[in-house]
Design a protein around this ligand. Structure first.
Ligand code: SAH
Ligand code: AVI
Length: 322
């Protein structure tokens, strides 16, 4: 049996000052913006898990159904003795489907910025799969990071479910795919989940649910800035906005200031006009063709694609183009 997973974690202090400088830089921009990677502190990760259970939020249950239905077909993409690297692993619910179907996966490297959730999920997974080498890595996958030496000698495959790729701007999505290909190496396979463009009412409801959980998830970003950077955002004076921008093929989430106000953040004063918004997230929606073109442009060759009957969501197996 392997020893319980230990999270490898870079210096928290450096992370904290990076958070402060990113927040101040984003709030000084016109329009104001914040990176969605900062949603995921412990509270944010829990709220995201609640989102995945909402009746309106179709992506998680649709992707789970695709993975379950095609698990053995997907597993054929993996060679023998493989290390699977998952980007933005969150609850690890989806990888369990692949692990059950692909015994050739000998090591699993969940990479996530949300260190607390990562550590809990990795420990539970190690307990459930005692023979699997679970090697969690608390890292920001938008920055360069090193894979653990413990996987040297194994074939490498990537897993990037949830359509988290959609939270990148298209040029950043391309840069990420190039970076992932270089890190995983020649002959690597990447299994990636991609949400598809669809009826605008379905999209709008998925990001503005009746129970207000997505609003809480969005507002938690301000609560986190208050907690970690000593800011004084009044959460009642900001409202959640989410809508599909059909020209740019993306859901946009914003936090709108309900009135003219000043907020103190990390020793600076940030002014808001009434109605002014902070753009907190984009969630791009692709077509099978537009995602195929993105992948090819980043040096990946599409091997196979799976979708659900309604064509809501897609899972792609890509191989690194030689
Ligand atoms: N893969 C899961 C979770 C998706 S939510 C699923 O499909 O349901 C997005 C996940 O990516 C969260 O766990 C979040 O903490 C992580 N994440 C977001 N931005 C990240 C970044 N820049 N680096 C590493 N992890 C990130
Ligand atoms: C993680 N990511 C793919 C989610 C999405 O659908 O863009 C994050 C999310 N934002 C609001 N609801 C869910």
């Amino acid at each position: 049996m392997n020893v319980p997973a230990r999270v490898v974690r870079p210096q928290p202090l450096a992370e904290q000052s990076q958070f402060a400088s990113d927040v101040l830089a984003g709030l000084s921009m016109r329009p104001k913006r914040l990176s969605p990677k900062y949603f995921y502190d412990e509270a944010g990760s829990q709220l995201f898990e609640q989102i995945t259970e909402l009746p309106e939020y179709y992506p998680t249950r649709t992707e789970l159904a695709i993975l379950l239905e095609h698990a053995s077909d997907i597993a054929r993409a993996f060679g023998p003795s493989t290390a699977l690297v998952e980007f933005g692993s969150g609850s690890t619910r989806k990888v369990r489907i692949l692990l059950a179907a692909a015994p050739s996966i000998e090591a699993y490297v969940p990479v996530d910025i949300s260190a607390e959730m990562l550590s809990q999920e990795a420990a539970q997974l190690q307990h459930d799969y005692p023979r699997l080498r679970v090697l969690p890595l608390a890292a920001d996958f938008t920055q360069p990071f090193r894979l653990p030496d413990a996987i040297n000698g194994l074939a490498r495959a990537g897993f990037f479910p949830g359509s988290t790729i959609g939270n990148f701007e298209p040029h950043d999505a391309s840069a990420f795919l190039v970076h992932a290909r270089r890190m995983l190496g020649r002959k690597a396979v990447l299994i990636i989940g991609v949400d598809l463009a669809k009826d605008v009412n379905v999209l709008n409801a998925a990001y503005d649910d009746a129970a207000g959980v997505t609003a809480k998830f969005n507002l938690n970003l301000l609560a986190r800035i208050n907690r970690e950077l000593g800011a004084d955002f009044n959460l009642d004076s900001f409202s959640h906005e989410a809508f599909y921008n059909s020209e740019r093929h993306r859901i946009e989430m914003h936090l709108a200031s309900r009135r003219r106000q000043k907020v103190r953040v990390a020793g600076r004063v940030i002014e808001f006009r009434a109605g002014e918004t902070i753009h907190t997230e984009s969630s791009y929606k692709y077509t099978l063709e537009s995602f195929g073109a993105l992948a090819r442009g980043a040096g990946w060759t599409p091997l196979k694609t799976w979708t659900d009957a309604r064509g809501y969501f897609s899972v792609h197996a890509l191989t690194a183009t030689a």
